[in-house]
Design a protein around this ligand. Structure first.
Ligand code: GRF
Length: 201
């Protein structure tokens, strides 16, 4: 089955890109639910407006990562998702959750991994005078932004670029890349095996 749960913390533009791809046939899947750790995430409103079930799994005070992840697992089990797409979900997931969904859990990151893991990638790319930047979709493992890369796409950094202009252009790449990769996975063209990503052809 091709049910995708999308996990967000913010505006949800990648969620919208995935939903658009499902609607116009580029992605043979259903967005079965949106989960957020942030009750005020704008993407939740978008999901509700489009009839997608939403769940808020907020971090409770004094709750550690393992306890949080267990609540997240309970919600994911309820949803019965086949794939979990992290799209701006601002929490690091622990080993129990990651290993439970290994190979089915993917993330999009705004850099050409393994360069620039973590936050604030656009400004760091500019500060380092990098000629190239881009976006990566990868399987999620316990290592932050470190799982096997499925696909990435680059762009040239222009002398006139600011962090804002780069963010905008990278986001446009993301919105095409994420649906494409999800379709690779769903159709079996890309798969996770023994810590590696295998692509047909
Ligand atoms: C994207 O840049 C994504 O790569 C990163 O978080 C951002 C989420 O943006 N992981 P949006 O909420 O999908 O608009």
């Amino acid at each position: 089955m091709n049910n995708i749960a999308v996990l967000i913390s913010g505006r949800g533009s990648n969620l919208k890109a995935l939903l658009d791809a499902c609607t116009d046939g580029r992605l043979d899947a259903t967005i079965c639910a949106v989960i957020s750790d942030n009750p005020n995430a704008l993407g939740l409103v978008f999901a509700q407006d489009h009839g997608i079930a939403t769940h808020v799994v907020e971090k409770l005070p004094h709750q550690n990562r393992q306890e949080y992840d267990r609540r997240l697992i309970s919600t994911l089990e309820l949803i019965d998702a086949d794939w979990i797409a992290l799209a701006g979900f601002m929490r690091i997931l622990g080993s129990e959750l990651v290993n439970r969904y290994i190979g089915k859990l993917v993330n999009i990151h705004p850099s050409l991994l393994p360069a620039y893991i973590g936050l604030n990638t656009h400004q760091r790319v500019i500060d380092a005078n990098e000629p190239k930047h881009g976006a990566t979709v990868h399987f999620v493992t316990e290592e932050l932004d470190g799982g096997p890369i499925i696909k990435q796409q680059s762009l040239d950094v222009l002398p006139s670029d600011t962090a804002e202009s780069l963010a905008e252009r990278v986001l446009q790449i993301e919105h095409k890349l994420y649906p494409l990769v999800m379709q690779f996975l769903i159709s079996g063209h890309a798969r996770y095996e023994n810590g590696k990503c295998y692509l047909d052809d």
